[in-house]
Ligand binder design. Sequence first.
Ligand code: SAM
Length: 353
Amino acid sequence: MFPTPSLIHFTRDDYSRIYEPDADSFLLLDALESKFKKIQERNPFIILEFGSGSGIATTFVAKHFCQSPSLFFAIDMNPHACYSTKRTFQHNHVDDKQCLNLVQCNLADPLIDRLTSKVDLLLFNPPYVPTETADVEEMIDRTFAGGEQGIEVIQRSIEQASRLLSPKGLFYMVALEENDFDMLSEFSDQYGLSAEIVLKRRTLIERLLIDIYCTELTMPKSKERLEDSDSEESKSSNNDNKSTSDEEPSKKSKGKKSNGENEPPAKRTKPNEEDTTVPSTTGPNGERLYEIGKLRFVSVSQFRGKPYINIREYYDDNGIRKPGRKGISLAGDQWEKFKELFDQIDNELKASK
Ligand SMILES: C[S@@+](CC[C@H](N)C(=O)[O-])C[C@H]1O[C@@H](n2cnc3c(N)ncnc32)[C@H](O)[C@@H]1O
């Protein structure tokens, strides 16, 4: 087992300002270690951690996973955490081999455009506790406040990961059982990422017995291929009026965030004069969106070669229409069963009027 980075330079006073590494921090280290071979084979050059806190995970990776000099970005909203990460990096003597950039900001907001498709390894032990809001005043409360269902920050990190990860990129993130893995997996899928639990543990945190797990999020193979020819393909996909091909996964217009002023939030597909199909708009992953109500759409997406029918509520994020949590994705066979029920449900509806 790789040794945990030394943290003896911190005092109780430090831990009143930053997150004191706990069972979730150690779960992340163990998950990383369990994937050591896979990570090393990919020879990560750019490594980014959201919410680095004490710097335990960033330093762990710098010390054990990088044979050659790499570029680390340790991000935290809390200035004390940024400073603490630097101290841990130095205290463990990795600063002479590895380059550390400390950025005090909200997730990777100011870096997204520069780091699009460049991050090889992404880490996050997020604030995952369900709270009224994740937007809390006290910095120290940001260590745990995850907002509704504990997933507000998690979901934003997944959105950002889908843009930041390089084709070979890996994202390791801790979550709580209540954060609902199936739902997070479905959400990740909407952003072109596939999620898998790599380590699960029942543990005590602050005298509470909780179930936590670490997920690995990756670009599916087909997406890796798409990344190689990203620019040309995504340019044409915006104007493409043909149905999405069966082999093609849903595409996302990476790094092309609209400013919301000159462009409509989602581009309308080019109208075809002879076309009698129902009008649709294009969603953030290149999928066709058929509107059935205010911000409610039906779409078809592909995941691992299988089609899914999505009925989902979208929301507006700075001029970009994005899929929200509310909704359902039906596999092909469920859709067939659903269709068989149409007449019966319709009759019931008429009878109830
Ligand atoms: C649970 S702590 C984890 C700290 C450390 N990585 C560990 O595993 O011990 C979560 C960290 O994320 C930071 N954080 C929370 N929301 C953030 C956001 N939106 N952007 C950047 N950092 C954030 C907090 O300040 C805190 O340091």
